[in-house]
Design a protein around this ligand. Sequence first.
Ligand code: LCS
Length: 396
Amino acid sequence: MNDIHKYHMDTQCVHAGFKSEETGAVVTPIYQVSTFAFRDVNHGADLFAGKEEGYIYTRMANPTVQACERAVATLEGGFGGLGCGSGMAAIHTTFAALLRAGDHAVCSSVVYGPTQTLLANVMSRFGIESTCVDTSDLDAVKRAMRPNTKLVFVETPGNPVLSISDLAAVADIAHKGGAKVAVDNTFMSPVLQRPLSLGTDVVVHSMTKFLNGHADVVAGMIIVKTEDDYRAFRKILNQLGGVIDPFNSFLVSRGIKTLAIRMERHCASAEKVARHLEKHPKVSKVNYPWLESHPQHALAKRQMKGGGGVVSFELAGGIEAGKTLMNSVRLCTLAVSLGGVETLIEHPASMTHASMGAAARAKAGIPEGLVRISIGLEDAGEIIADLDQGLAAIRG
Ligand code: LCS
C-alpha cells in the first residue's frame, strides 16, 4: 500500500510494512537465513558497491526484518526504521550514531534506569559527557545545553513516574542549540504519540513492550526522519552489530497488527485502575497522565492520544506496604517489563531502576516506595479486585 498514510491508524497497523510476495503469502514469511547467494561475482560486487538493490547478509538486511522496519517507520511517519536486538541496542546505536568524543548529551532524569547508566558509565569512557535533567522543566533543559551539546534524549512519559516532557518545545530548544532530539516512545507506541510529527529527529522503541505486546520477544527499533540519518545510522548499526533477527521481526510484525486495538484497551483499563487507586485509603499518590491530578495533565492531553498502559503509585505504608501488596497479588504477576497482554507489577527502586543508584533516583524524583503496574488485557474489574485483595493484606 503506497498511500497507507491516508488510512486510519487502526488500518495502518494491520497493513503497514507488508509488500506483496511472489507466492501470494498475505504476511511476510520468516526468511530464517543468514546469507544470500549472488548470481555471479559481478552481482556480489555490485550489491556491495550499492549499484544494485538486493540481499547480501542478514546483519545488513533481510526481507522479514525489513517488513518490520517498514511497519514501524510507517506508523511513526519516519524515513526508515532500523531493527535492533533490544531497546538498549537501539539506544546505544543512537548514541553511537549521534555522538563522538568531546560531545555532550542532555538526557531526561526520569528514564528507564539502564539508559542513564549507559550514558554515565559507558559512553563517558568514550569521551562523551552527559547531564540528566528533568526535561519536563523547559528552563532546566535550556540551562543544561552547552555549546557542544549534540543530542537531547527524552523519554516521555518517563519510566516509572510518568512525567511528561513537551516534545515540540524541547525540539525547539535543542535545534536552536545545534542538537538533535531523540525520543524514547516505548510507553506510548505510535498509536498514542508520534514524536517526529512534533519536530523531533529520532524515535527509539523497546519493541519488547507494546509493539510486540505478548512478552515473548526482546527487540528494539530506531526510526529516523531523514535519508541522511538513515544512511549514517545503518552504517553504525551494521558495524556495532546489534540487529534484530528474522523470527523476532516476524513476531513483532504480527503483534503490530493488533497494536491499535490493544492500546485502546490498555488505556481504558489503566485509567480505571488509576482512578480506583486514587480513591483507595491505603494509596497516598497515583501517577497516571490521564488523571486531572497529574502535574502535566493538560500537556499530556495535547500531546498524547491516551494515557498509556502503565500506572505507578505510592502507598501510605511506604515500601513495606508495597512489598506486602506485591507478594499478595494473584492475577497480577510480579515481574519487570511492561506492555504485554498480562498485568505485571514491580518495584522500580530494587528492580528496573536499581542500576541508577539511590542518589540518581532521589535526584530524578523516583520514590523508594514506588510500585509500578503495567495493565494488561484481562478484565479491568478483575485486575482491580486483585489489587484490592493485595491492598487488604496490608496491616493498618
Ligand atoms: N526504554 C524504555 C522506556 C524501557 O522501559 C526499556 C525496558 C528499554 C528502553 C530497554 O528495552 P529492552 O532492551 O529491555 O528491550 N524497560 C523495562 C522495564 O521497565 N522493565 O523491564 C525492562
